[in-house]
Design a protein around this ligand. Structure first.
Ligand code: URA
Length: 244
């Protein structure tokens, strides 16, 4: 059970400033359990109280979890002076303050980015000890050899770090990329430029990189590049599950 001030409740759930929330309350359109409330400091029980603005109920969600299909050219940050960020792409109806990407994709990488305002959840899924699987489709300059597949499955040594084992499977020749070979790669860490550095260490080159899975949750195929949607509670759970 959590109690919060009415102005805080409204500003967090409607993505408006505290000042605008106070103005809304003063305008006498806000009711709690059917009774008009005009005090910003009124205490709302988030589990039981029904808050309405006019006839519209404002439901309460402590945190929000959003799946975005990131296009190229967009940076994995909350704000940038020079670039469009993943948070800029969140649709207005899902926007609220405090959103950030839980984990980064490079500017030229596409695919699944999780955006949330839940710091503890993000910490848990990013923590190396949790070993959350991340699956990517990677298009390479050349086919990989059996020796490279074995090296990946044993753990590539990047000089300063010994990486955890990664699995690599051939998918197809990528027609959109001059029939260059495309593989599925699954890693359990999230180090800076990790996949690009892994292939560079064996003399190969990443041409395209697209994240398609986090934990047991796959990128929704109905999301075009740049589109996002809210995750259900059950989907959020699947991110921290190991089984697919
Ligand atoms: N590895 C990379 O090299 N880049 C990404 O964006 C993600 C994983």
């Amino acid at each position: 059970m959590e109690k919060i001030r009415l102005d805080k409740f409204l500003s967090s759930q409607l993505n408006i400033s505290r000042t605008d929330a106070k103005k809304l309350i003063k305008s006498k359109t806000v009711t709690v359990n059917g009774t008009g409330v005009s005090k910003a400091e009124f205490s709302v029980n988030t589990a039981y109280d029904k808050v309405c603005v006019g006839s519209k109920e404002v439901s309460y969600k402590k945190y929000i979890y959003i799946m975005l299909n990131k296009p190229k050219g967009v940076v994995s940050a909350s704000a940038s002076e020079t670039d469009v960020t993943v948070v800029d792409l969140v649709s207005e109806s899902l926007k609220r303050s405090g959103l950030f990407p839980a984990g980064r994709l490079d500017k030229d990488t596409t695919g699944f980015v999780l955006i949330t305002d839940d710091g503890e959840f993000a910490h848990n899924i990013l923590s190396p000890s949790h070993h959350i699987e991340k699956e990517y489709e990677v298009t390479l300059e050349r086919e990989v050899s059996g020796d490279e597949i074995s090296a990946f499955s044993e753990g590539i040594n990047l000089g300063d770090i010994l990486l955890k084992p990664a699995s690599l499977d051939f998918l197809q020749f990528n027609k959109d990329r001059e029939d260059k070979p495309q593989y599925s790669i699954v890693i359990t860490e999230g180090r800076y430029h990790q996949i690009k550095r892994m292939f560079a260490s064996t003399g190969n080159k990443v041409l395209e990189l697209n994240r398609i899975r986090m934990g047991a949750l796959r990128l929704d195929k109905s999301l075009d590049l740049g589109e996002c949607r809210e995750l259900s509670d059950e989907e959020v759970e699947r991110i921290i599950q190991r089984k697919i």
